[in-house]
Write a protein that binds this ligand. Structure first.
Ligand SMILES: [Zn+2]
Ligand SMILES: [Zn+2]
Length: 542
């Protein structure tokens, strides 16, 4: 039980970016004027022409279903092979459980003709399975989504809108209202909604909690009276007084707003222009997003060294941090005299990796591309780390270390008005992978385990900063919330900020586990928030 839970938890986190098309990293935001002519997902040609004819898709929209072994895309074939290595046949497994030890437990090898996934050891066991129809529809949808991502069609759902106009008001009621009020291209199909929500779920979950137009309110009982106070403190930094225009100038003198994302994995390898969409929703404050965790994706160190050497050779190509950027693309404005830095995201993009199965301890996401001004932050944090001052309004730091190791360098500066923590599917209620047991013989949960969250959560509560946590299903949220009651330094030490419930900005795409294609989750399905308990003076009088 405990090992399968652990497997589920670790397997289902952090799937997002490795499955996005690689050229997403080269994609830049567009203005609305550019939108009509923009050639969807293509990297800009060297000539910079925006008027080339759209590419002919490799697969048409009525040709997206392919059994994994027959897929035109090697990455999909590789995933099918990985599943065959990992997933047991459910019919063999249940006969085994029912006391037929002579039945050899086999892995899946036969591909269901309706969904194309390897689902059973043989056609006989596929026919014998009365449960598969419950999963088959979603699996078929996931199969077609995987092929659609690689189909070469113009993917307008990945185009990012330009900064907000001063007279625009963004609503966070749900994805549809958000996409519309924020000026995204219209999401015409369910498939476009799934792709876009999967890409945007991490930054927009953060934005939708913090923003003054959040759909989480006291009237729907998602925000507590204590939560009102906590959110008002954060919003006093994030926004300007009512009636004033939200401009960059209005932010002069404000502290930098820091978002700490702990235990980060997939979210740390999202392209920076996707995180930039978060800062665009708060035009009057500069943001600094920190990814902290043992599985944070870092730039390839060799690429960083190469970058440094290049910029020493051509110092004019290294813009000072204070330089105001007017071009939407750092790569576009690099000195043309320096062909290496003219297109860093293309030149330095790592070679395509073969498929990495999403089981047990999924590997840290592949190294992220080096941005123009990426620099090492090792001297600051004493751990493998980098910082990108991506735009004046947003910087990104990644630190590959456990939060407890970084906390001492941060604690004195943490401020509930300008700092906030997010934990995306931390698995608090899952047994620790260390296999440790309590004195009563129960598995130690990650919320209490020193190798996972045991030290971190009490540290966060002592900072009095708000901590927001997501889960991938109703059961996952409930498991994490229940675990709080068992953890020393956590139980009785927090106030609710946001009550547990559904997150309107979760991904709408089903993520399928390679170790068992019947296991499916939705990234950031639910959300809740807490903060360190407020100690009133009354307590001292008692
Ligand atoms: Zn079987
Ligand atoms: Zn099927």
């Amino acid at each position: 039980m405990s090992s399968s839970l652990t497997a589920t938890r670790t397997a289902l986190r952090g799937r997002c970016p490795p499955h996005l098309p690689r050229n997403l990293f080269a994609k830049q935001r567009i203005s609305r004027e550019q939108h009509r002519n923009f050639i969807g997902f293509l990297k800009k040609s060297k000539s910079g022409s925006q008027h080339a004819p759209p590419p002919k898709p490799i697969l048409s929209q009525d040709d997206l279903f392919h059994p994994f072994s027959k897929s035109p895309f090697p990455a999909v074939q590789q995933r099918g092979e990985a599943i065959k290595q990992l997933a047991p046949c459910p019919v063999c497994a249940s006969s085994h459980a029912q006391g037929h030890p002579h039945v050899t437990r086999k892995n899946v090898n036969f591909e269901c003709p309706d969904c194309g996934w390897p689902t059973h050891c043989s056609e006989e066991h596929w026919e014998a399975d009365k449960e598969h129809h419950r999963f088959c529809g979603r699996l078929r949808e996931a199969n077609e989504d995987e092929h659609d991502l690689r189909s070469g069609r113009e993917m307008t759902e990945f185009e990012m809108p330009a900064p907000i106009g001063y007279d625009e008001t963004v609503s966070f009621a749900n994805w549809d209202v958000f996409w519309y009020t924020r000026g995204f291209p219209s999401m015409d199909t369910e498939r476009m909604r799934r792709h876009s929500s999967k890409l945007l779920t991490y930054p927009m979950t953060v934005a939708s909690v913090l923003h003054q137009n959040s759909g989480l309110t006291t009237s729907n009982q998602r925000v507590t009276p204590e939560g009102i106070r906590a959110l008002a403190a954060l919003r006093s930094t994030l926004h300007v007084p009512t009636g004033s225009p939200e401009t960059e100038e209005a932010g002069v003198g404000k502290p930098v707003f820091r978002v700490f994302i702990l235990g980060a994995r997939a979210e740390s390898s999202l392209p920076p222009h996707v995180w930039e969409q978060l800062s665009m929703l708060f035009p009057s404050v500069s943001m600094h997003v920190h990814f902290i965790g043992p599985q944070v994706s870092l730039p390839n160190l060799e690429d960083l060294e190469k970058m440094k050497a290049d910029s020493q050779q051509a110092p004019e190509a290294a813009a000072p941090e204070s330089e105001v950027q007017t071009s939407p693309s750092a790569s576009e404005q690099a000195s043309p005299a320096d062909p290496e830095s003219a297109a860093p995201s293309e030149a330095i993009e790592p070679a395509p990796a073969s498929y990495l199965p999403n089981v047990y301890q999924p590997p840290t996401p592949a190294p992220i591309p080096v941005q123009k001004r990426t620099r090492s932050s090792v001297p600051v944090y004493g751990a493998p780390s980098y910082t990108v001052p991506y735009r004046p309004q947003i910087s990104i730091t990644g630190i590959q270390a456990s939060y407890a190791d970084v906390h001492p360098s941060l604690f004195d500066s943490l401020d509930p008005y300008s700092d906030v923590f997010f934990l995306f599917s931390p698995g608090l209620g899952f047994p620790s992978p260390s296999g440790a047991l309590t004195p009563a013989g129960e598995p130690v949960l990650q919320v209490s385990s020193p190798s996972e969250w045991g030290e971190t959560l009490p540290m966060l509560l002592r900072s009095k900063c708000s901590v927001f946590v997501t889960g991938f299903s109703p059961a996952d949220v409930e498991r994490d919330v229940r675990a709080l009651a068992q953890a020393e330094g956590v139980a009785g030490e927090f106030d609710w900020v946001v009550t547990p419930g559904e997150n309107a900005f979760g991904s709408e795409k089903w993520e399928v586990a390679d170790f068992d294609p019947r296991v499916m989750i939705k990234t950031n399905w639910g959300i809740w928030g807490i903060k360190g308990k407020r100690r009133d003076i009354r307590e001292w009088e008692q």
